[in-house]
Design a protein around this ligand. Sequence first.
Ligand SMILES: Cc1cc2nc3c(=O)[nH]c(=O)nc-3n(C[C@H](O)[C@H](O)[C@H](O)COP(=O)(O)OP(=O)(O)OC[C@H]3O[C@@H](n4cnc5c(N)ncnc54)[C@H](O)[C@@H]3O)c2cc1C
Length: 384
Amino acid sequence: MSRRYEVCIIGGGAAGLAAAVSIRRRIRTCILEKNPIPGRKLLATGGGRCNLTNAACAGARKTLDFFASMGLESRLEEEGRYYPYSGRAADVVKVLTDGVKEAGHDIIPDCEAVSIRKTGDGFLILAERKSTARGKKAAETLSITADRVLLACGGKAGPQYGTTGDGYRLASSLGHRISRVYPILTAIECGDMKDLKGIRARGTVTLKKDGRPVASENGEIQFTEDGISGICVFNLTPMIRAEEGESLRDALARFEVSLDLAPDLPPERLSGRRSSFGILTEALAARVKPEEIRNWRLPVRGIKGWRQAQCTGGGIPLDEADPVTMESRCCPGLYLAGEILDRQGPCGGFNLQNAWETGIAAAEAINAAAGKDARPDERREKNR
Ligand SMILES: Cc1cc2nc3c(=O)[nH]c(=O)nc-3n(C[C@H](O)[C@H](O)[C@H](O)COP(=O)(O)OP(=O)(O)OC[C@H]3O[C@@H](n4cnc5c(N)ncnc54)[C@H](O)[C@@H]3O)c2cc1C
């Protein structure tokens, strides 16, 4: 089956949906989404509450206005984090998918883009569409021609939500470079810690490389059966990586974490203690000696992989896209948005902000370019 669109968006996640809502009604647009529903990862964000953006982001106001224009109000919580007022990620997905439908654009679910080719003045996209006909699973090949394509298929973090790195293959087939990708914003493995599984403590986590501090984060440290987790831990993981030509094993041996489990207690309350219990919970006190409370050193044995990671490090280098229009510098008519690009932030709404703002920027550029393409009579019609 073949279809023709002016714009084909590959990926119905945060960036793809925000772009589709923002592309003008008269520009015939489709979203190809490999999952049965769009926005599947969005539903899992912020623990099901979707941390939309952060007050520290330059574009936060525009994002909040974008959602308010669709009727979704937001609420500011600690550390500048904005959530939908209802506290439900599902409501974010609903306003976006309703917005796409209201704009008159098509969402094609269960449809995985497998290849993309530049034709004379546009693109040919081949996609596999799954269906269930008379109780039997089937797949058909959909061939789509489009004047412009927006690649918004995300990175590799959270493959269970559909992001398996397809976008890198599609982008490189059109001439893009892909810098090495690695999981970030994930838990750190420190060896056997089964006795502490499920325990939480507030404190400071310092990442050290070759004995020297690299970065510190405060917050709630969650102990797992083989390490530590929690936002303050996640935010340190982008720094745990091998250098050029170094093996991961050698690189990991250079890192350790130091936990300060009583950062606000005056030193005199800590000196001369026979036990850590009373400052730490019983289970923690069984592991941590009083003299270690402010500096409990743990080795870094690894970090959790793609399934647990919240974001992808690396990707398409930023200098390969125009920062205003998000149009590819390697392939005119191709646009790039979201996590597929080598641009990451810490936990707290920064990565969704990246997806919304690059998706909307691409849509605005597509609106402007489609207006220029149109004949003067069509232009009057489009602008109505
Ligand atoms: C558990 C979890 C919680 C998170 N919480 C937050 C948070 O609260 N705040 C925050 O700022 N960030 C959060 N993040 C990060 C944030 O969700 C991502 O950075 C953001 O969703 C990236 O947007 P995107 O549109 O680039 O990609 P995605 O939202 O990942 O969407 C990409 C879409 O493309 C589809 N796709 C992939 N390949 C193809 C193909 N070949 N054909 C068709 N479709 C395809 C995928 O199925 C997916 O739906 C979280 C991430 C995870 C995993």
